[in-house]
Design a protein around this ligand. Sequence first.
Ligand SMILES: [Zn+2]
Length: 134
Amino acid sequence: MQPRSKQLTDGCSLLVQDTLLSYPNSVVMSDEQPTLRQQIMQRITGTLCSARELSVELKIPQMQVDGHLPHILRSVSRDQSRRFVMEPSGCHECGYEFLSRTRLTKPSRCPQCRGKKISAPRYGIECHELTRKL
Ligand SMILES: [Zn+2]
C-alpha cells in the first residue's frame, strides 16, 4: 500500500538563511557526535517511522521523540532540499483518516465513531536534489 503523505508547513519557509545554505551541516557539526535530533532525522530520511518505532530504536521515551518532532519539522522546512512528510493517523474501527490534523502526535479518539483504536502517524523526510544557480 502506498503511504499517503501530507506536506506540513509551519510558516517558517521565509526564514531560509544564507548561512545555512552555504555551510552544510556536515561542516558545522564536524567534531560533534550526532545529536538525538540528528539521529531521528537520519532515521526517517527516505522512509516512514512512527514515534514508537523511533523510541524503541533510539532507546528513548516516546514522549521525547514527540518533543523533538516539531523542531525537526521546523528545521526541515527551512531546508529547500528536504520536505517533512507525515502519514496521517487512521481509525481502525471506521476507517476515518485524520487528514486535516496539523498536530504531530497521535490523536486519542476518532471524531467519527469515537473509537480509540487509532493508528499512530508515521513521519519521514524526503530529500530532493538541490538545484542551485551558480
Ligand atoms: Zn472511527
